[in-house]
Design a protein around this ligand. Structure first.
Ligand SMILES: [Zn+2]
Length: 369
């Protein structure tokens, strides 16, 4: 792949909406001798953006993160960076995970416009993306797209010292945006509207027609068709399974940033994440995006934990621009009370000194418990 294009394509982040060599592990570890599932270990994470042009700057940032009580860093960079600097993270006692954009990648739009998702009104994201110009989502049904993504995961997964691969934008475009964003785009999304509803490309429609006997483009109301909805959950889930196999084959963990609850994730972006074969999920429990108070984080986490059925750990993503220090401490408490195995902050380059200190205090209190 073109690494410069990769760097360009990661300018916007979903998790901001957007190291030890760890053996692959799926599901919940077993307590020695008991035969019963052991509780997954408490762990705290941070999404990290920004360029680190010197090894010294990178090490200083890692030290700040580690000092706050965080153990895993999700960082987006080109593969060369991971090769050169994963060892420093390992020495700092941090897991480094390669944070990658998955379905939303514009770098193939010119060469392979047919790889891109098509809306119900027939418009490709390669030509006219919904909402913003970088919203170029690929179609999860296409073998070429799957092969391309598997190649990206394979490339970074060969890095010594890298702990895992972290999938972001592993979904369709938002058929409905989080409610707090409606005014920003001057929209009222009280139902699924055609220009935000994907994917109606020839490959998707032909496969669904083979399986069900009907072309979604000929349905009077495709938004009401349960099988068509499930078909799209399954296409994203297949991509997750494929990429999980690639990561695990190279001894890496695989995780994903997902929408905050199983119900919201299915409704807004067609993520059926409780079924995904990941080592952990990191729901973006960003309360203000849904016009909720901080206490909602506990309810959202509880729904996710219940949906996963203790099969794998859940770490609650916290959107720090909406969490002044006192609220950040409360948010950590709500996440743990809801059953999260830890938290993940978005993002580690954006915290004020007061937020760092509140975070360190909240995490120390939870670890000492
Ligand atoms: Zn398609």
């Amino acid at each position: 792949m073109n690494r410069r294009q990769f760097l360009t394509s990661v300018g916007a982040s979903a998790a901001g909406m957007a190291v030890a060599r760890v053996p692959p592990r799926t599901g919940v570890p077993r307590a020695a001798g008991s035969g019963l599932p052991a509780a997954p270990p408490r762990k705290h994470w941070a999404w990290l953006r920004g360029e680190f042009t010197t090894a010294d700057a990178w090490q200083r940032k890692l030290a700040t993160i580690k000092a706050a009580g965080i153990e895993a860093v999700l960082y987006t960079a080109n593969p060369d960076f991971y090769h050169a600097h994963a060892a420093a993270a390992e020495r700092a006692g941090l897991e480094l995970h390669a944070w990658m954009f998955t379905m939303m990648r514009g770098e193939n739009a010119a060469a392979h416009p047919d790889w891109y998702a098509v809306s119900r009104d027939g418009v490709s994201t390669a030509v006219k993306p919904p909402y913003v110009d970088y919203y170029k989502f690929m179609c999860p049904s296409r073998e070429d797209v799957r092969g391309y993504l598997a190649g990206l995961v394979r490339e970074v997964a060969q890095t010594d010292g890298l702990a895992g691969v972290h999938l972001d934008y592993i979904r369709y475009p938002d058929v409905i945006l989080p409610v707090a964003l409606w005014p920003k785009y001057n929209l009222v999304q009280d139902k699924e509207y055609p220009s935000f509803d994907f994917c109606y490309c020839d490959v998707c429609c032909a496969r669904f027609a083979r399986e069900s006997g009907v072309d979604p483009r000929k349905m009077p109301d495709p938004t009401a068709d349960v099988a068509w909805r499930q078909f799209r959950y399954d296409r994203i889930s297949e991509v997750v399974s494929l990429l999980a196999d690639v990561a695990h084959a190279h001894g890496k963990l695989i995780t994903a940033a997902v929408f905050p609850t199983p119900a919201i994730a299915r409704a807004l972006v067609r993520q059926d994440w409780t079924t995904w074969p990941l080592d952990a999920v990191l729901p973006m429990t960003y309360h203000a995006f849904y016009k909720q108070d901080v206490a909602w984080i506990e309810r959202a986490v509880r729904e996710g934990v219940r949906g996963l059925g203790a099969r794998r750990p859940l770490y609650s993503g916290l959107y720090t621009p909406d969490l002044p220090p006192a609220d950040l401490e409360r948010a950590v408490g709500y996440a743990i009370a809801g059953g999260a195995n830890g938290i993940s902050i978005f993002e580690a380059n954006g915290l004020t000194p007061d937020q760092w200190s509140a975070l360190a205090s909240a995490l120390a209190a939870r670890t000492a418990r």
